[in-house]
Design a protein around this ligand. Structure first.
Ligand code: MGD
Ligand code: MGD
Ligand code: SF4
Ligand code: MO
Length: 677
């Protein structure tokens, strides 16, 4: 390295399990390359293909980024904008927001945001502003994982304190149920799962690359997970592998529940799920003998009865005692910031909200709320591209065209959603400001370090909200606190004994240093203090008291169940605009089982019309025995404006709610598939 080169250490804040370490190379102060950090314990020097492509191209290219505030000209949604100064944009937005609150109330301002960045300042601290605004929050997790959160809280009292992945060294078996880390967590897949000493069991309707590498793949019909869990538990009980001592000291409701396993034989399970009885037996014994880790993926609960599924699958560790000891436990998300010593309340300022908290709605009701001027007068969109990600796409697009709806969108790029806005505000990328990132899988905390100036006049999210708060006349000091002060306070409150600068020197740290045993103290944050198989709270909320052995009714003749999980080369819709990636992934496809394709007279490469009562989409046929009969596979994350169809898979998603948390049931979508005429 010559003397004009310097190397900075930072990390990737995408909504991805890995939170890779990054090395930024600067020459004469100018960033010349963004690479993987060889010192990082999870990613070990590599970035995924999508980030190493995007971060070295579009993300640093002023010609491709948003660099100036824009104000709409012409009709809504037609894409006409003019450049305005920050003063003009902020001043006009503040004035209009104030008029709206006077005429329609604070709750008529909607706040739609999610995890475009998962960092503390750019991802969470803007909630201070929205709490103060008293805006209606479009509940972020309802587009992703709310059903699972609600279900696991019933059983364990928490959904965000999972096993420590480092404990895999002590596990004889790892079950990956409804996650595909090959795509969604590429480094955890490569270095964690593939190097783990234990046997790997994957439960997925699709023979994903993760499933293909497993020791056992349970390939069931989507929506039959709870039945599969009951069949596994039946075998465990029959084989005497129930941990009665663990149950006696930690579990509530086993006696009440036990009898419901009687009829759930492996043969019953095979009929309900499509998994051969012998494989159910083998996996049950392997898991129960343990010690075993159970990874409950986010794909798993995106179905009509996703809450019941998560409760049922969540019983496995409790009944077998695969908990509270090394190499055992379950993981949904390690999403508890406190676990990483970050003070979440200090960051998000819930005390700034109106008494009783700010109101909220589900993403499943987003289009309906936007259609109705009585419910919505203004909309903020930040860290999110809802037109591409949310259900009821055609309806949402129509609602966003409302001329009387004031829409303000913050993003790095001109997305499908920013095109529908009145004001588009250019956000700085993670390379352009300091921040902190807590991974939601590995127990790491990383510094995000400023490596370059924001492109054009882009600003970090939080600075944009500081300016808006000032223009609206808010005097709360929390709304004016600088980034440097927040970072210093977060580090102070963490008790880690580190400043931001000293964390930045190290890049990422483990918290705690040594692998942790999940629920080591045997304490569960449920009303009984025990793991609640039988759950009075669930019953009070209108759910069955006990998990049920349900499986979905198979699609009617001629219909297919359409799955649309993560694409290995996209990160939700982020990177859908990156030219090299678009070229690499080609046209949008639908994978069909050979028999389903033949029945429809479809051949490889044919265009197919995919339709249901919600919408229609043309997709290119791929014939594959990786999907079972009756199931079709496509992927999320394509942009609408650059696709010939002008739509993506969410045009087919009617927005059905799962049984818990008013959450998405996107993997329950059913479609008809036919040759195009
Ligand atoms: N490359 C990439 N990485 C990503 C993302 C991305 O878009 N691209 N998205 C990020 C985000 S926001 C999230 S939430 C995570 C999600 O990542 P994951 O937790 O891995 O979840 P999904 O990708 O939605 O789905 C995982 C698997 O669930 C399977 N599945 C579908 N229906 C069922 C069912 O009924 N039962 C079972 N058992 N399995 C089913 C699908 O076939 C799929 O293989 O990934 C994150 N990482
Ligand atoms: N069919 C189908 N649909 C799905 C899913 C599915 O499985 N199937 N999965 C769902 C899931 S799990 C999720 S989480 C959602 C995700 O959907 P979204 O939350 O819409 O995620 P992205 O599409 O990645 O949008 C994030 C946006 O944030 C922007 N961004 C990145 N960094 C910053 C920043 O610092 N500031 C600002 N202002 N913007 C930034 C990016 O450019 C991008 O446009 O999609 C859901 N939609
Ligand atoms: S998206 Fe995930 S795999 Fe890719 S660089 Fe970021 S953290 Fe790593
Ligand atoms: Mo997600």
């Amino acid at each position: 390295m010559d003397s004009r080169e310097e190397v900075l250490t930072t990390a990737c804040p995408r909504d991805c399990y890995d939170t890779c370490g990054i090395t930024v190379i600067r020459r004469d102060g100018v960033v010349t390359a963004v690479r993987g950090n060889p010192q990082h314990p999870v990613s070990r020097g590599a970035l995924c293909g999508k980030c190493s492509t995007a971060y070295n191209r579009e993300w640093r290219d002023p010609a491709r980024r948003l660099t100036q505030p824009l104000r709409r000209v012409g009709r809504k949604g037609e894409g006409g904008f003019e450049r305005v100064s920050w003063e003009t944009a902020i001043g006009e937005i503040a004035a209009r927001l104030t008029c709206i609150v006077d005429a329609h109330g604070a709750q008529s301002r909607l706040n739609a945001h999610y995890t475009g960045t998962i960092s503390c300042l750019a991802g969470m601290a803007p909630m201070r502003f929205f709490n103060r605004l008293g805006a209606t929050e479009v509940m972020p997790d309802t587009i992703c994982n709310m059903a699972g959160h609600v279900a696991l809280r019933y059983v364990y009292g928490t959904s965000v304190d999972g096993f420590d992945p480092r404990s895999a060294k002590d596990a004889a078996c790892i079950v990956v149920w409804g996650a595909n880390p090959h795509a969604s967590a590429p480094h955890a897949y490569e270095h964690w799962l593939r190097e783990a000493p234990g046997k790997v069991v994957v439960v997925d309707p699709v023979r994903t690359p993760t499933a293909a590498q497993a020791d056992i793949h349970l390939q069931h019909f989507p929506g039959s997970d709870a039945a599969l869990a009951f069949a596994l538990l039946h075998v465990i009980r029959r084989e005497g592998l129930v941990d009665t001592a663990f149950i006696a000291s930690h579990v509530h409701g086993w006696e009440e529940f036990e009898s419901s396993l009687a009829g759930c034989t492996p043969e019953w399970g095979a009929a309900a799920t499509g998994v051969p009885a012998a494989l159910i037996e083998e996996a049950a014994v392997l898991y129960a003998r343990g010690p075993s880790l159970l990874w409950l993926g986010q794909g798993l609960q995106r179905q009509a009865t996703g809450g019941n599924v998560m409760r049922a699958c969540g019983l496995l560790p409790a009944v077998t005692g695969n908990l509270c000891k090394p190499g055992a436990g379950f993981l949904y998300l390690n999403g508890n910031l406190r676990q990483r010593c970050m003070d979440e309340d200090y960051l998000a300022g819930p005390h700034l909200a109106p008494a009783g908290g700010a109101p909220s709605i589900s993403h499943m009701d987003f289009a309906a709320a936007l259609e109705d001027p009585g419910r919505s007068q203004a909309l903020f969109v930040w860290n999110m591209n809802p037109l591409a990600s949310c259900p009821q796409q055609a309806r949402l697009r129509r609602a966003l065209r409302r001329e009387d709806l004031l829409t303000i969108a913050l993003d790095l790029f001109a997305t499908d959603s920013t095109l529908m806005a009145d004001y588009v505000l250019p956000a700085a990328s993670f390379l352009e400001f300091d921040d902190l990132i807590a991974s939601y899988f590995q127990l790491t905390l990383s510094a995000q370090v400023k490596a370059m100036e924001p492109l054009g006049s882009a600003l970090p999210n939080l600075e944009i909200f500081r300016r808006l708060a000032r223009a609206m006349g808010y005097s709360d000091p929390e709304l004016d606190e600088s980034d440097a002060s927040i970072l210093a306070n977060l580090m102070d409150r963490s008790g880690l004994g580190l400043s931001f600068a000293s964390l930045a020197e190290r890049g990422s740290i483990w918290i705690p240093d040594e692998p942790q045993v999940q629920f080591a103290d045997g304490v569960f944050a449920t009303p009984s203090g025990r793991i609640e198989i039988a759950c009075a709270r669930a019953a009070a909320d209108g759910h069955p008291r006990l998990p049920q052995p349900w499986s979905d009714i198979r699609p009617a003749a001629g219909h297919l169940r359409l799955l649309s999980p993560a694409h290995a080369w996209l990160l939700n819709t982020s990177f859908g605009n990156v030219r090299q990636i678009k070229h690499r992934i080609g046209e949008a496809t639908i994978a069909l089982h050979p028999a389903d394709a033949a029945e429809r007279r479809l051949a490889e490469g044919d265009p197919a019309l995919v339709h249901n009562s919600c919408g229609r989409l043309r997709l290119k046929v791929v014939i594959s025995d990786e999907v079972p009969r009756g199931v079709a596979l496509t992927h999320k994350g394509r942009w609408l404006r650059t696709d010939p169809a002008g739509a993506n898979v969410n045009v087919l998603n009617p927005g059905q709610k799962s049984d818990m948390g008013e959450s998405t049931a996107v993997h329950s979508v059913e479609v008809s598939v036919a040759p195009t005429v």
